[in-house]
Design a protein around this ligand. Sequence first.
Ligand code: SF4
Ligand code: SF4
Length: 68
Amino acid sequence: MAKVTIFEDTCKGCGLCTSACPKKILEINKGKLNAKGYHPAGITDQDACIACAACARICPDVAIEIEK
Ligand code: SF4
Ligand code: SF4
């Protein structure tokens, strides 16, 4: 099963991954602040991930890792 890891402290909350995800399971977590003071992205439904890696490719900060 696909596993998405978001390195929260690397994320700058730009939201690009949330737009790129075809399953719409990535969301900016407004309730959280990372070490840089940004709201990091998070995954809402790990089981729905199809491991397409669109999110990892679009992230300018290489903050997402996909395991298949
Ligand atoms: S790998 Fe694809 S389906 Fe999974 S979270 Fe990233 S963009 Fe969404
Ligand atoms: S694209 Fe990368 S930096 Fe931007 S919100 Fe997603 S994980 Fe964070």
